[in-house]
Every structure is written in structure tokens, then in C-alpha cells.
Design a protein. Structure first.
Length: 231
């Protein structure tokens, strides 16, 4: 491959990346029907023809944006599952930070809102086929169940405890972007409960992991299992 061909390849990849990022932001904000290719092209700094050239029509572009959003989350989830083999607590910390990223990382914020639109907007283009959705759900549930079971120990790892433990950290992480949106949109930043204004992601992850550890110890104690020692 010549130097000029390599340069053109790099330029094409740059254009695709800019379009995907802009598409993610606009589709997450406005939904499929509310988004326009004109606004996306203006946000990306590319012309409208580039969307047709690289992705076909609007629906094809939307499908590519969804795959792009999944890829951003997939890399983090794979790190979580890899860590779970040797250090389940660090694996959970990795997962918590991925969930919190929606409140600290603008791009992950849009990823979360795109997924939420797929759940809440009945008239939207389906995020993915029902078969693929079921496959992703089962994959996550099986691995998360295994991870939380390692933290609880066999005696305490009842289905009820696993569900409650997952709810303990997941609800804290997932509600935060909604709280931030309320603070910004309705309170114009004047509210007093926006924790991201006073805490960085690491500090908030420490707090959530501490809450999980206390919950795990309560469950282990109720099951007659030795409590975890403080690090």
C-alpha cells in the first residue's frame, strides 16, 4: 500500500469516527425520528453525502451507531470478566466505574441514553433483534451472577441476595445520570444534590464499593459465614 493510499485510509477512518460520534450524540438526544442527517453532518463537520457513502441510508447509519455504542461498552465489560477470574472485587470496581462513566464521560453518557431510548421509546427502531438481545442479557446475567457469588461465598449466594447485591450498586450508578440531567435542565445547576460537582469518579466509586462491602458482610453474617476482613 502506497503512502497516499494509507493517508486516504486514515482520512476515511477519521470521517467515519466523526460521523459515528456525532450520530451517537444526536440519536441519543433526539431519537431516530427526531434526528436529522443534516444536524448530524453539521455536528461532525462532514457533508451529508458522507453519511450515504459510508453507511447507506439513515436506518443503516443508525444500525452502525448502535454497533459503535455497543463496542464502546463491550471493551470495558470484557475487562470486567477477565478480572473476575482472579480478583472479583477489582472486577466489580471496574464494572462500577464503567457505569459511573455515564456521569463523568460525555461519550458514555450518550451511550447510556441511546440504550435507554431503545427501552423507553416503543416506536423507535429496535436496538437489536430479540434473539441478540436475549443472548446479551443471558451472557451478562450468567457472568454477573458468578461474580457476585464469589463475593458472597456459597452459603450466602442465594438468588435473593444476588439480586439485592446487584441492585445495591446498579441503582446507585444508573440513577446518577438522571439526577445530573434534572440538576442541569430544571435547576440550572443551582441544586445541592449533584454529587459529581464535588466528587470525582474515583471517590464516588470508593463510596459505592464501601456500601457493597458492608452489604456483603451483612449477608455473610446472616448466613453464618465469616465476614470479610478490612483491606
Amino acid at each position: 500500500m502506497s503512502e497516499s493510499e494509507g493517508s486516504r485510509g486514515g482520512e476515511r477512518q477519521d470521517v467515519r469516527e466523526r460521523l459515528l460520534k456525532a450520530g451517537l450524540q444526536i440519536f441519543a438526544t433526539r431519537g431516530f425520528d427526531g434526528a436529522t442527517v443534516r444536524e448530524i453532518s453539521e455536528r461532525s463537520g462532514c457533508n451529508i453525502a458522507a453519511i450515504n457513502y459510508y453507511f447507506g441510508d439513515k436506518r443503516g447509519f443508525f444500525e452502525s451507531v448502535k454497533r459503535y455504542a455497543h463496542s464502546l461498552r463491550h471493551a470495558s465489560m470484557e475487562r470486567t470478566w477477565e478480572l473476575a477470574k482472579t480478583d472479583p472485587w477489582q472486577a466489580l470496581r471496574q464494572h462500577v466505574e464503567m457505569l459511573l462513566a455515564a456521569s463523568y464521560d460525555p461519550m458514555m453518557f450518550y451511550v447510556d441514553w441511546l440504550f435507554l431510548r431503545g427501552l423507553l421509546d416503543a416506536d423507535e427502531v429496535p436496538m437489536e433483534s430479540e434473539q441478540e438481545s436475549d443472548r446479551r442479557r443471558r451472557h451478562y446475567e450468567e457472568r454477573m451472577t458468578n461474580l457476585l457469588s464469589q463475593l458472597l461465598s456459597k452459603a450466602a449466594a442465594t438468588p435473593k441476595n444476588i439480586k439485592l447485591l446487584r441492585f445495591t450498586f446498579h441503582s446507585l450508578c444508573q440513577f446518577l445520570p438522571i439526577q445530573n440531567a434534572i440538576e442541569e435542565k430544571y435547576l440550572r445547576g443551582r441544586g445541592i444534590f449533584n454529587v459529581t460537582s464535588d466528587l470525582d469518579m474515583g471517590s464516588l466509586a470508593d463510596f459505592i464499593m464501601g456500601t457493597v462491602r458492608r452489604t456483603v458482610n451483612d449477608m455473610r453474617r446472616q448466613a453464618g459465614v465469616e465476614e470479610l476482613k478490612e483491606n
